[in-house]
Design a protein around this ligand. Structure first.
Ligand SMILES: OB(O)c1ccc2cc[nH]c2c1
Length: 238
């Protein structure tokens, strides 16, 4: 999979040189291209924004640099991801879906956003997804792009050493994950739940599923649907 990122702050993505994604890049499992939007301007001040038609506060990102920048990276099979507070909510399901695509192009806006004609132009040619991380507003698309790239990149085969670790995570089965414990068995007078020390794998699986249901009911009741409430941890409906 290849990621191309267009931004006025390419240095923001230095984090993609380290940790799992950095190793995956070195191994050639994923590719990342960084593109400074200002390299696609032609004036002395490398201008990327201007005042909004219709008035109002702030500045809008000009269409011309965006058109030249995206034309330089977008392919026929590219999915163009535009982080935006006006986008649809990003989910683990979408992360898994995007991890199966070959080429993701991230258009990271700043100021009051990108001239709408840019999104409309590429939506006529490519799949364009305006994605929000949640009901709050950042100063630009870079933080959201980093989050989406990490959520998607870690699902690409070969990035995470043990793929089994990806299956028992929050949201993978529609529930929040169960609580985890490690040595020592007693810490500040707090003991590890006895079932986890029992060696009884069936009882451990049952307890973990019950913990998932309890935590999800308590923290994210909105995630629960009747069918998720009916399984007994073995995957069988009760
Ligand atoms: O909150 B966000 O995800 C977001 C995304 C893009 C822009 C561009 C200007 N402000 C933004 C905020």
């Amino acid at each position: 999979m290849r990621f191309d990122i267009v931004t006025i702050f390419p240095e923001f993505f230095g984090a993609l040189d380290v940790s799992l994604l950095g190793k995956a890049r070195q191994a050639g499992v994923i590719e990342v291209g960084l593109h400074d939007l200002r390299d696609f301007t032609h004036d002395r001040h490398r201008t990327v924004d201007d005042t909004p038609y219709g008035g109002g506060a702030g500045m809008v990102m000009k269409p011309e640099p965006w058109g030249e920048a995206l034309d330089s990276v977008v392919r026929e099979d590219s999915v163009i991801v535009v982080p935006s507070p006006a986008g649809h909510p990003f989910t683990q399901r979408e992360a898994r879906e995007l991890s199966t695509r070959e080429h993701l192009v991230f258009a990271c806006g700043r100021y009051e956003g990108i001239d709408q004609r840019v999104i409309d132009h590429y939506a006529d040619r490519n799949e364009v997804r305006e994605i929000s991380l949640g009901d709050y507003v950042l100063n630009g698309g870079e933080v959201a792009a980093m989050a989406i790239i990490e959520a998607v990149g870690r699902l690409v085969p070969g990035v995470v050493g043990n793929p089994a670790s990806l299956t028992e995570e929050s949201h993978e089965d529609g529930l929040l994950e169960y609580p985890s414990y490690t040595k020592p068995a007693l810490w500040r007078e707090r003991a590890v739940p006895a079932v986890l020390l029992s060696g009884h794998h069936g009882a451990v699986a049952q307890w973990r599923h019950e913990q998932q249901l309890e935590r999800t009911r308590r923290v994210r009741p909105d995630l629960l649907s009747p069918d998720l409430l009916s399984t007994d941890g073995s995957g069988e409906s009760t």
